[in-house]
Design a protein around this ligand. Structure first.
Ligand code: GUN
Length: 289
């Protein structure tokens, strides 16, 4: 069994990016600049955004954090997005999701200039990815593809099962895995809450990507010996032994599943650090455009 070390891989990639930024600056260019809009004080979102700002520092990027309270109006957010779209000093920006219920998330995403949409959530970027054209790809699936590439996981002709159909992970993951590319070229099955025979389908999988948000969902009896298992789950579960009172748990019963696998990602330290890394790669690409 090979443990796919996302933390180590992400650290290597950030060093590679930092070297490119140094080179840019030595040519007299300014460093890439990522802005993040954060609405409210959700604990998870606060942590994600803080980690994104920290990663910018590690890569030598400029970063700006723009905060609004929960009661911000949709119009005020749209004004801020317009300002960022027009700011030549900002190469890319993100609006951290989820947003409060009174705000139309899709309207916010559609307002972002696709050329600055480093999250790859705008319909133009989703469409470009879908037909194999260049553009920004959603960070989590892009990070997983990078892990498969760097660890030399054979994907051509393999059966990949994606658990979950979210716009951010499941759908783009399925699209990328079926793409005529390496990694890619898989036969893909997508399972979701209305799939009756998930266990049987998983047992046929060479590659499982678990992105349901159900801690410990993938059990040992669902995994074929020699399979590759990628765990996207990051649910906070109570843990009285931790100072915080919680720990992160993935969608895979790691302890019992890992011994059967050819490759597996841990939680934490697997997909999570790569997601932020992909955002950094997208921001560098936005600056180079
Ligand atoms: N919420 C959960 N994941 C993400 C992400 O990748 N980008 C943004 N903007 N919000 C998120």
């Amino acid at each position: 069994m090979t443990l796919i070390d996302g933390k180590k891989t992400a650290a290597e990639i950030k060093q590679e990016i930092a070297a490119q930024v140094k080179e840019m600056e030595s040519r007299g260019e300014r460093a890439p600049h990522l802005a993040a809009i954060l609405v409210g004080h959700d604990g998870g979102s606060e942590t994600y955004v803080a980690n994104k700002v920290k990663a910018c520092g590690e890569c030598g990027f400029r970063s700006s954090l723009i905060r609004f309270e929960d009661d911000v109006t949709e119009e005020r957010l749209l004004d801020e997005i317009k300002r960022l779209n027009e700011d030549d000093e900002v190469d890319g920006f993100i609006v951290q999701l989820p947003l409060p219920r009174h705000i139309d998330e899709q309207r916010i995403i559609r307002a972002i200039d696709p050329e600055k949409d480093v999250d790859g959530f705008h319909p133009v970027n989703v469409g470009n990815m879908s037909i194999g054209l260049p553009g920004f790809v959603s960070a989590t699936p892009a990070g997983i593809m990078e892990l498969l590439r760097r660890y030399g996981v054979e994907t051509k002709g393999k059966h990949a099962v994606v658990l979950g159909r979210s716009n951010i992970v499941g759908k783009p993951m399925a699209t990328l895995l079926m793409q005529k590319s390496n990694p890619g070229n898989c036969t893909v099955t997508v399972c979701h809450s209305a799939t009756p025979n998930i266990k049987e389908i998983c047992r046929e999988a060479d590659i499982i990507v678990a992105a349901l948000g159900v801690p410990g969902f993938v059990t040992e009896d669902m995994v074929k010996p020699g399979a590759t298992v990628i765990d996207v789950g990051t649910t906070r579960v109570p843990d009285s032994t931790r100072k915080s009172g919680w720990r992160l748990r993935g969608d895979v019963d790691f302890e019992n599943v890992a011994p059967k696998c050819a490759f597996i990602t841990p939680v934490p330290g697997g997909v999570g650090p790569m997601t932020i890394c992909s955002l950094m790669m997208n921001t560098l690409k936005a600056k180079q455009k």
